[in-house]
Design a protein around this ligand. Structure first.
Ligand code: CAO
Length: 453
């Protein structure tokens, strides 16, 4: 008689809280004993949790992004065999790849489940959550090809859509040889051997060439270094955003001479309190956030997100700022910036930046952003093209301010000029609107009293 049994995570070699990166089955699927149920990926290895017995999946107890340890319940399986289940096999980790591909974690083939809607929960002391996330719910594709993580990785590297490959092994499992055969046949037939590289989340086929595989050591000494978890996930998000959003970058300069004088003067007035930790130092970025909020209020389409054919206009002002950390780029979000003064914003930014550097940002401290500022002003450079942090529609890049001669109609005056680079989603924002936005932002930064008008 049919019996409902639990499939749990077996011994995974001491790894704890390993994120689920792939759901290989769905309720109703019939699985063979040892067939993979889900794929886990730690910093060091990719592992499949096998079905301990043959049967029908009645309930899947995990979702993408969940973190699992040994013993965690993965699925309820209605056993259809009379035979007693064999002891749960230990999983053999497949070494994590050193991947030259810019989208190393997130499989861009159509066979792959999209990126987790929720990033895994960060634990204290671990790298934080990646900065740019999908907001949509993850969806399990209709047909999930049956293949080991190593074969999936191999196919991913070649850009092969496993859904197109027939598996020659028991139960239709796809082997490495099946993938090689598929590529050879496709090349011989003149067909494109690679899957239309589909941007996770449903971006449509891009028909890209596979990523070049080069043995760099043929040309000189090399050292391979795995990307950090943040780099892998933020890289995949950046690649998607760059590929899917028609970016245009509007460059401008703002005269911040008076603003910088004010900032320096206030910091000097508060020097003792700042040194005693009783007051925070005012930063240019805090003023920029305040000015951006005023510009977003004047131009609401910049404070919006695309949702199919609708534009969702937000009535709150949560501003993200890119923070450089030893583990990679993260974007903490400062909430309700419209309701806070510059001193408060500077204080909160300092706290968020410190948490980011220590890898201790909580997921909610990186969610809900409306607009992002990426400041490289403390480092250098004259302008750059920031990549929009989807599902936002614009991002402001800020470069290093410099004293420049500015003609006032009679003479050149030395002015401290701040370079602004606004990247915007051209599906939502026209060039004229972008130029109006940066012009207004420049006016505000030249004289923040305008924000009161
Ligand atoms: N022009 C000239 N100087 C600037 C400036 C600008 N636009 N912005 C900041 N500075 C100065 C500051 O005044 C500060 O000098 P003092 O110590 O003398 O006051 C110094 O540069 C250092 O500033 P900072 O960059 O450390 O601090 P911040 O408040 O400006 O920025 C933070 C904080 C977290 C945004 C920053 O540390 C950071 O991580 N920046 C990198 C962001 C990034 O990587 N963006 C790229 C994303 S895409 O890959």
């Amino acid at each position: 008689m049919a019996e409902l049994k639990e499939a749990r995570v077996p011994d995974i070699g001491g790894h704890d809280d390993v994120p689920v990166i792939e759901l290989l089955v769905k309720p109703g699927d019939t699985v063979a004993k040892d067939q993979g149920l889900v794929t886990l990926e730690s910093d060091k290895a990719t592992m499949e949790v096998p079905a301990p017995f043959s049967g029908v999946i009645r309930e899947l107890k995990v979702k993408l992004g969940d973190t699992l340890s040994e013993g965690a319940l993965v699925a309820l399986i209605e056993v259809i065999e009379a035979a007693a289940p064999a002891p749960t096999p230990a999983m053999a980790p497949v070494p994590a790849p050193v991947v030259p591909n810019p989208m190393p974690v997130i499989d861009t083939s159509e066979s792959a489940a999209p990126v987790p809607a929720r990033a895994p929960v960060a634990e204290p002391g671990q790298p934080g959550i990646p900065p740019m996330r999908f907001e949509a719910d993850a969806v399990l594709p209709e047909k999930v090809p049956y293949a080991s993580p190593a074969v999936r990785l191999f196919a991913r590297e070649l850009g092969v859509d496993l859904a197109q490959v027939s598996g020659s092994e028991r139960g239709g499992r796809i082997s490495k040889e099946d993938v090689q055969k598929y590529v050879k046949a496709a090349l011989a037939g003149g067909a494109a051997p690679v899957a239309a590289a589909t941007v996770a989340g449903g971006g449509g086929g891009l028909n890209l060439l596979p990523w070049p595989k080069v043995d760099f050591s043929k040309f000189g000494p090399v050292e391979s270094k795995p990307l950090s978890r943040i780099q892998k996930i933020s890289g995949a998000n950046l690649a998607r955003n760059w590929a899917m959003i028609p970016h245009v970058t509007q460059h401008d300069e703002a005269d911040i001479t008076a603003l910088e004088e004010l900032r320096v003067a206030i910091n000097a007035e508060n020097a003792k309190a700042i040194a005693a930790g009783k007051a925070g130092k005012l930063t240019m970025l805090a003023f920029l956030i305040k000015a951006c909020v005023a510009a977003l209020q004047k131009f609401p389409t910049f404070n919006a997100s695309l949702d199919g054919d609708n534009l969702v206009l937000k009535q709150y002002f949560h501003i993200g700022f890119a923070a450089d950390t030893p583990n990679g780029l993260v974007v903490p979000v400062l909430r309700d910036a419209d309701q806070k003064g510059v001193a408060q914003i500077a204080k909160e930014m300092g706290e968020l930046a410190a948490l980011a550097r220590d890898g201790k940002l909580k997921p909610e401290q990186m969610q809900g952003g409306c607009f992002t500022i990426s400041s490289l002003g403390g480092i250098g450079g004259t302008k750059f093209t920031p990549i929009i942090n989807a599902p936002e529609v614009a991002i402001l890049g800020v470069s290093k301010s410099e004293i420049k001669p500015v003609w006032d109609g009679k003479a050149f005056q030395p002015k401290l000029m701040l370079p602004l680079s606004l990247s915007y989603d051209h599906r939502v924002i026209d060039g004229a609107a972008a130029a109006r936005f940066t012009t207004y932002l420049g006016q505000l930064l030249a004289d923040l009293r305008r924000a009161m008008l």
